[in-house]
Design a protein around this ligand. Structure first.
Ligand code: CP
Ligand code: NVA
Length: 304
């Protein structure tokens, strides 16, 4: 068993968003409500919240949604996004994470970082004097979970008592979904092949059989079978995950009103069929859009 990922709890005037648990359930609820206001009143609502502020966006791994939604979101809030790759920073030549954080804190109002190492993000946050936002690590993807819960609330009107069945790899997306679900009264059931289950302490219910997992679910959620960093084991994964594909038959087992969710990028025909991904039950494009609104609300809350 690996240890559950840690975040940062420091006496400090600012709040990070590394695990998602730094915000109280009430704060998360308010943040989702604010994101919905921002969506409704875009682009005026929240404009100016980051006036005069720069936000560093560090991407050590590829990204489409997170990178573009953060950059556009900072712009819409009146701030200036500084997008950096790992190689562009002196980090790549051995400058320490802590020194990078100390220096960044003198220039920018927040640091958003996607990294291949969760401990690196924790270390950055510990040394930073400005909020640090986790834009994905192999362990957690808390920004994704905010957008997912907003999408579910939009679709069903309320969150309390809802059930999401996550079908697939028990890693970052599943873990963050379980944490956010726990905060907002949403049951998260995770079904994974043997050897790919969620490790560490999480508030998810683990169910081996995917058909059993989706029974009574309001949403069936998928993620790629080969995450960033897992490329070496791709062949084994593609065969091990076969029975965990989200198709029409699995959606039927979930019930007539269940929606299909996916964090994207998707591989139609692998973890989800094209029929489901592009079909009437899919809310994946709303999820992707809601990344923008929830992250704007998050930055306004942490910095604005
Ligand atoms: N869902 C998500 O985080 O997508 P990107 O990897 O494109 O940012
Ligand atoms: N689990 C996936 C999520 C991509 C947004 C990965 O880490 O690559």
């Amino acid at each position: 068993m690996t240890e559950a990922p840690t975040g940062t709890t420091r006496d400090s005037a600012h709040t990070d968003f590394v695990t998602g648990r730094e915000l109280s359930p009430e704060e998360v609820r308010t943040l989702i409500a604010r994101a919905r206001e921002m969506k409704e009143g875009r682009p005026e609502t929240g404009a100016g919240a980051l006036a005069g502020c720069s936000i560093a966006l560090i991407f050590e791994k590829p990204s489409t949604r997170t990178r573009v939604s953060f950059e556009a979101g900072v712009h819409e809030l009146g701030g200036h996004p500084i997008v950096l790759t790992g190689e562009a920073l002196q980090l790549s030549r051995g400058e320490s994470i802590a020194d990078t954080a100390r220096v960044m804190s003198r220039y920018v109002a927040a640091v958003v970082i996607r990294s291949g190492s969760h401990p690196d993000v924790v270390e950055l946050a510990a040394a930073s004097e400005v909020p640090v936002v986790n834009a994905l690590t192999p362990e957690l993807h808390p920004c994704q979970a905010l957008a997912d819960l907003m999408t579910l609330e939009e679709r069903f009107g309320s969150l309390e008592g809802r059930k999401i069945a996550f079908v697939g790899d028990g890693n970052n997306v599943a873990r963050s979904l379980a944490i956010a679900g726990d905060q907002l009264g949403v049951e998260v059931v995770v079904s994974s092949p043997e050897g790919y289950g969620l490790e560490g302490e999480t508030p998810a219910t683990l169910v081996d059989d995917p058909r059993e997992a989706v029974e009574g679910a309001d949403a069936v959620y998928g993620d790629v079978w080969v995450s960033m960093g897992d490329e070496r084991t791709a062949d084994a994964r593609l065969s091990d995950f076969e029975p965990w594909r989200i198709d029409d038959s699995l959606m039927s087992a979930a019930g007539p009103d269940a929606v299909a969710m996916h964090c994207l990028p998707a591989h139609p025909g692998e973890e989800i069929t094209a029929e489901v991904l592009y079909g009437p039950r899919s809310v994946v494009w709303d999820q992707a859009e809601n990344r923008l609104h929830t992250q704007k609300a998050l930055l306004e809350h942490l910095v604005g």
